[in-house]
Design a protein around this ligand. Structure first.
Ligand code: NAP
Length: 451
């Protein structure tokens, strides 16, 4: 049985029976059969269906958001915004997929040669709980527009969100099997990957999960996209707008109660402005309201599970034991973690070296731009970096030196359907969103004709 527990009050919400091997095989068969039909459908047909999904998401956003808040503790206002963003990505791919996948003529010695983009078939998506709708839709919208079918293995604590998503596709008129979910735990993922009818796998989650799924898929010579962890630096140069930087850093670290892969996890501050920045940041932290995720003005909810909060507490304790200084916060009660700010963090400490998945951030000071870049790159992860400065010409020259999938200047790292999203190093490989995302799971077919 898979259990969903409300992390705010510890109450068990539902129990789901895990699919047996026979049920898994039947679901894969159905997805495969659906693909054989769906791949022949026109872009217009697919577009109409995906537009309907976007409408349903907007119409039911309060309900869908509520499920998220109850299952994983996301503050309701942020949960509603997440559902709206899912509708956006559906509209985006409904409008642009045909252009992104149009055949491209190539000049060669042939009478005619071109590249066509064709669907691969059934794609397995292993997804995390932190953005339980967004992570799924940013995979599903391009997948179905490309003519693939999707099988979702969602995180065990957000099974009701998974069911909701499956139902939205069916209610929008998608044939059964074009998008469906498998209620299974992580141990059964290998079995799905090994099924011949599954052609590719995408995983958004932690590094260990990525390693395991990529190894299983590698054994089967199946394509993977991995969106893994991050430990993004938030760099504030001495010429930055401190007010704006502090305001943005608060959101970049604390939205979704700090549980975001692209959250700002390491504050790198120029020594000349560090005190002024910390002062503004602290004031902002004190204004953030913690509480019931279902209340509209709650900004800090609870973490998704108590064990995750315990893990964060351990990272904080080990960092303080190594000599860092606690400025604010530090308390934990079950799954609730007080927003926490730590100063004098050095690169050997857990808050710098490890991914911290919750509302805790450490400050490291630097004196030159070179030092800031080296500190930023001194991480096994490479998802993104936030930089605040007024010297745009200077920072643009430095962009190639950042080992990251994204560099955001005077803005926080965020995902946007129009821009590719993904990382390098231990943050994974492949890209989601934009034209790059939809081309990950297609057969890029070369056609060469002599008349
Ligand atoms: P997780 O523990 O890795 O779980 C993610 C998904 O993988 C879940 O569905 C989980 O299933 C499954 N899973 C776990 N271990 C597996 C294994 N050995 N084999 C197959 N499947 C496995 O991650 P999480 O705690 O849910 O999410 C937090 C992590 O995701 C963080 O590291 C975060 O940075 C990363 N993340 C990355 C991105 C990105 O776009 N780069 C976005 C969001 C989150 P069960 O729930 O059944 O264990």
């Amino acid at each position: 049985m898979i259990k969903s527990v409300n992390p705010y009050n510890g109450k068990e919400l539902y129990e789901f029976e895990e699919f047996s091997s026979g049920q898994i095989a039947a679901a894969v068969d159905q997805a495969h059969k659906a693909h054989l039909e769906w791949r022949n459908s026109s872009f217009d047909h697919r577009r109409k269906h995906l537009k309907r999904v976007a409408e349903l998401l907007r119409e039911g956003k309060e309900n869908y958001a509520r499920t998220m808040s109850v299952e994983m503790g996301k503050p309701i206002t942020q949960a509603i915004a997440e559902v709206e963003k899912c509708a956006w990505v559906c509209d985006y791919y409904a409008d642009h997929a045909q252009t992104f996948l149009a055949s491209e003529l190539k000049e060669t010695d042939a009478g005619e040669s071109y590249v066509s983009y064709e669907p691969l078939g059934v794609v397995l998506a292993v997804m995390p709980w932190n953005y339980p709708y967004w992570q799924v839709f940013r995979f599903a919208a391009p997948a179905v527009m490309a003519g693939n079918t999707g099988l979702l293995k969602h995180a065990s604590n957000v099974m009701k969100c998974a069911q909701n998503i499956e139902k939205i596709f069916l209610d929008a008129g998608f044939p059964e099997g074009v998008f469906s979910q498998l209620p299974i735990g992580s141990k059964k993922v290998k079995e799905v990957i090994e099924n011949d009818k599954v052609r590719a796998v995408t995983l958004t989650g932690s590094e260990p999960a990525g390693r395991s799924v990529a190894a299983d898929a590698g054994n089967q010579i199946k394509k993977t996209v991995l969106e893994l962890g991050g430990s993004n630096a938030f760099i504030v140069m001495k010429d930055a707008d401190i007010e704006k930087a502090a305001e943005t850093a608060l959101q970049a670290r604390f939205q979704n109660t700090g549980q975001s892969c692209i959250a700002a996890k390491r504050l790198l501050l120029h020594e000349d402005i560090a005190e002024a920045f910390i002062d503004k940041f602290k004031k902002g932290m004190l204004k953030m309201k913690s509480g019931d995720p279902l209340e509209e003005d709650t900004y800090i909810g609870v973490m998704a599970r108590e064990d995750l909060a315990e893990e964060l507490e351990d990272q904080l304790k080990r960092t303080l034991d190594m000599g860092a200084e606690l400025i604010l916060g530090g308390k934990r009660e079950k799954a609730w973690f007080e927003p926490t700010l730590v100063d004098k963090v050095t690169p050997e400490m857990p808050l710098f070296r490890e991914e911290t998945f919750g509302p805790v951030i450490g400050v490291t000071r630097f004196s030159t731009a070179d030092e800031a870049i080296n500190l930023s790159n001194d991480s096994k992860f490479g998802l993104g970096v936030n930089i605040f400065t007024n010297d745009i010409q200077q920072i643009k020259k430095m962009v190639p030196r950042f080992e990251e999938g994204a560099v955001f200047i005077n803005e926080m790292v965020k995902s946007d359907p129009r821009l590719p999203f993904g990382g390098v190093k231990a943050s994974g490989y492949g890209r989601e969103l934009s034209e790059h995302g939809i081309r990950e799971f297609v057969n890029i077919k070369t056609v060469y004709i002599n008349y």
